[in-house]
Design a protein around this ligand. Structure first.
Ligand SMILES: Cc1ncc(COP(=O)(O)O)c(C=O)c1O
Length: 422
């Protein structure tokens, strides 16, 4: 069943009113959050999933649907921030994880599954000669920057305003929204000082920001499609410009495809036709379990070869753990080119239907989409209203599709949006 708020939204609807329609539906979540306040700061252990007044606690998922602690059903249009491209508890993934769990969960030795997942990824990304697995996208981007600094003997890293690369010091320097200066509580000045921020998808602005630093630049890291920053694709021309700029400067070009790998069988790099030196991955390649990966040019990745005296050390008790590798293999094997085509067609259907049937617009990129409101400051209200209308997505208007979805879920989304959109 879908829970619909009794009152319809309107432009004048205040946040307090929205919260009043949300609270009666979410009493059990509220109780859990209040209990969590006793043990977790703000009741939270993942900044990116907190929202005002408190988040819903999800108890169960199946396909593209989730059920919260109050038993309320919602359609999941964010799929653990884009990770669950096959939806929740896909039978093939569950079977792979269950049988692997009964055989071997983790061990201080390599396992065959990691070779298989590495091969699947290399098949899809010709730019990846060699690959290392990590447990998160955060670790993957951190490692990519270390590799670039080791390879070039330089220290500076260029990032883009609005980009997101996880929560290590170099990435946490980057404020989420606009091009403000690097830095943040607890971040050493030396780290912040080694970051140069450039404007996304703006050649002239990027050249102006980077030119004074070109001789010191180890890497430029960029999301080919800004994910958390609002599902904004870079133009192929901008990425080609970065390719040339980094090559001429002797710096490495890192594509952070932690999210954008889901936009096509060959990732964003395949769609846009630009080849990076290094690629970071995460999310879908773990089939719903914790994962990250760094892959790229053999001459850079060979720095991790443990047989070298001057190797980059990269330990990790759970790197390439068999459960994640099994879930990732099952997931990539389900993701045929035809499935990507179908997901993209459904996203196009959503984009068109939102524009036709609601007062706002949607932009789809592969299986990702964003909702644009005339006043973006109202996105958090929209999010709460959608939660009260049977839809789970993000407070910033970012959404994605998963393979169990059909036109039925797209229709339900558009209907909820039409009633909720200010
Ligand atoms: C583009 C990008 N890079 C890196 C990360 C960090 O990945 P993780 O949350 O697995 O550490 C994210 C997470 O959303 C991301 O969107």
């Amino acid at each position: 069943m879908f829970c619909r708020s009794s009152a319809r939204s309107s432009a004048s609807r205040s946040h307090d009113v929205l919260v009043r329609s949300y609270e009666p539906l979410t009493a059990a979540s509220r109780a859990l959050w209040e209990r969590a306040l006793g043990s977790l700061p703000g009741g939270n252990t993942r900044t990116t999933i907190f929202h005002d007044p408190y988040p819903v606690y999800v108890a169960r998922g199946a396909g593209c649907r989730v059920w919260d602690a109050d038993g309320v059903e919602r359609i999941d249009f964010i799929s653990n921030y884009t990770s669950l491209i096959l939806g929740h508890c896909h039978p093939r993934v569950v079977e792979a994880v269950q049988s692997q769990a009964a055989r071997l969960m983790s061990v201080a030795a390599p396992n065959e599954l990691e070779i298989g997942l590495a091969e699947r990824i290399r098949e899809r990304l010709p730019s990846v000669d060699l690959i290392r697995f990590t447990n998160s996208g955060t670790e993957a981007t951190m490692l990519s920057l270390r590799a670039a600094r080791a390879f070039t003997g330089r220290e500076k890293i260029a990032v883009f305003a609005g980009g997101y690369h996880g929560s290590h010091d170099y990435a946490a320097c980057i404020p989420g929204d606009t091009g403000v200066a690097p830095g943040g509580p607890g971040i050493p000045a030396a780290v912040a000082d080694s970051i140069v921020v450039a404007p996304f998808d703006d050649r002239e602005g990027t050249l102006a920001a980077l030119e004074p630093h070109l001789g010191e630049l180890a890497a430029v890291i960029v999301e080919p499609v800004l994910g958390a920053g609002g599902v904004v694709p870079a133009t192929a021309g901008f990425l080609a410009f970065l390719r040339e700029l980094t090559r001429d400067a002797g710096a490495l070009l890192v594509f952070d495809e932690v999210i954008s790998f889901r936009i096509g069988y060959h990732g964003a790099q395949g769609r846009l036709g630009v080849t990076p030196d290094l690629t970071t991955l995460g999310k879908i390649i773990g089939g719903g379990l914790p994962v990250g990966a760094l892959g790229g040019r053999a001459d850079v990745m060979e720095l991790f070869d443990p047989r070298r005296d001057d190797r980059i050390g990269h330990g990790g008790t759970f790197n390439a753990n068999p459960l994640t590798m099994a879930a990732g293999l099952a997931t990539l094997d389900e993701l045929t080119p035809e499935r990507y085509d179908r997901l993209e067609a459904l996203a196009q259907e959503l984009e068109a239907a939102v524009s036709e049937r609601t007062g706002v617009s949607a932009t789809a990129v592969g299986s990702l989409f964003r909702i644009d409101l005339p006043d973006p400051a109202r996105l958090p209200d929209l999010h709460v209203d959608l939660l009260a209308n049977g839809i789970l997505m993000t407070p910033r208007g970012m959404g994605c599709l998963s393979t169990p979805m059909t036109s039925v879920e797209v229709d339900a989304f558009v209907e909820a949006l039409a009633s909720a959109a200010p």
